[in-house]
Design a protein around this ligand. Structure first.
Ligand SMILES: Cc1ncc(COP(=O)(O)O)c(C=O)c1O
Length: 385
């Protein structure tokens, strides 16, 4: 049998050779890469709220939510959140990853068809894998392709003996683009599938009060026909955690079968207290949302004007496409040395290397001017190598 550590060394050598080696680094510089889109992770009023709390014990939740880990603040946050996004019920779990992974494992099984956008997040793809469902990938955002796959499955199983589930992100974190939600909802009506939407990167930025893309693009009755909506507390809410919005019986079902919920310590009690407060702040930030989207448009035009190639982003996430992993690392390092925290995203996270520029409400127009100036300088250096 090969020596385990030799095997690991070989694997790492091969990762390094392909310029794909990753390491954890302490951050520095202006934030152009986090998912703290509303700047709430460092909001001074959140700190005041935290410091005003006398009841901070227990620090840890001490057990799973089904044992002793459940607190009133978790129940309260769930009802506030469900009400905020016009859902019947919500289930709080420790991360967004846990939410997607556990949800898909709970609602899918080998005897069902699961249609997924090819570029869905790892937590979705892993949940599908563990469920054993029959995977049907459709091309990124391509609802014509999705329709053709649904038609094929209808021909194979005209009596709908097998359940159909469709899952997609509403805003793709590595491309900054979105599916046409209206068309997706009309496909749901026509083909009768269970729909799971992941609002991780849209919540907090889009729709009135930051309620998400579904609120910008759909009617209330369409929103309420979505079977499951997944959110994370780790992005616009500036905290950590995941939350699934569904029907009351959907929540009861998950509480009874979702393994990543049942067999894991509940989130810290303080998180749900902070989350209730963070949700209030977030809902009052319409002006910040408007400014953020204006800045995003301005950065996109400036990048294109200056000859950079970007994805067809329709959002505050603006990926700048580069040819090779080496080039992406060179750009990211060059920018970081100038105090601009931009990160290279490489396979297998994405199919092609890029800089993922994500904007947040704390970024000002002069920050993006600086970013473009430095990008031009880094490009000159790269070209002169
Ligand atoms: C689309 C999407 N869903 C879910 C997650 C997981 O959320 P969390 O970071 O809270 O685990 C992520 C994380 O980046 C994501 O991009």
């Amino acid at each position: 049998m090969a020596n385990h550590w030799e095997e690991i060394q070989k694997k790492l050598d091969s990762i390094r050779e392909k310029q794909l080696f990753r390491e954890t680094k302490t951050y520095q510089g202006i934030d152009f890469c986090s998912n703290d889109y509303m700047g709430l992770a460092t909001n001074p009023s959140m700190l005041e709220f935290f410091q005003s709390k006398k009841d901070i014990y227990p620090f840890g939740s001490t057990a799973s939510r089904l044992v002793r880990g459940n607190t009133g603040s978790m129940d309260q946050f769930e009802s506030e959140f469900a009400k905020f996004v016009e859902g019947e019920a919500a289930l709080l779990v420790s991360t967004g990853f846990t939410a997607n992974f556990g949800l898909l494992d709970s609602i899918a099984a080998p005897d069902c068809y699961l249609f997924t956008d090819r570029l869905n997040h790892a937590s979705i793809l892993d949940g599908i894998r563990i469920s054993g469902a029959q995977k049907k990938y459709y091309h990124h955002l391509d609802l014509v392709h999705l329709r053709s796959l649904l038609e094929k499955v209808d021909a194979e199983d005209p009596l709908h003996k097998k359940k159909r589930i469709v899952v997609t992100e509403t805003l793709f974190s590595m491309d900054g683009d979105s599916p046409d939600l209206k068309t997706l909802l009309s496909l749901k009506k026509e083909f009768g599938f269970v729909l799971v939407l992941d609002e991780a990167h849209a919540f907090g930025i889009y729709g009135e009060e930051g309620k998400g893309l579904v609120f910008r693009d759909l009617t209330l009755s369409e929103i309420q026909s979505i079977d499951y909506r997944v959110y994370t507390l780790g992005k616009s809410l500036g905290l950590e955690g995941g939350i699934i919005v569904t029907k009351k019986i959907g929540r009861d079902h998950l509480v009874n079968v979702m393994r990543s919920f049942i067999f894991s310590t509940a989130p810290l009690p303080m998180i749900s207290k902070l989350a209730s407060y963070s949700l209030k702040l977030l809902s009052s930030m319409d002006k910040e949302r408007e400014d953020l989207l204006k800045i995003a448009e301005s950065l996109k035009s400036s990048l294109v004007r200056n000859g950079f190639s970007i994805t067809e982003s329709t959002s505050h996430i603006i990926p700048l496409l580069l040819e090779t992993e080496k080039e992406a690392l060179f750009y990211a390092t060059g920018l970081q040395e100038k105090g601009l925290d931009v990160r290279a995203i490489r396979p297998p996270t994405v199919p092609t290397p890029r800089l993922r520029i994500s904007l947040n409400a704390k970024i000002k127009l002069n920050d993006i001017d600086r970013l473009v100036e430095e990008l031009i300088l880094v490009r000159e250096k790269w070209r002169s190598l």
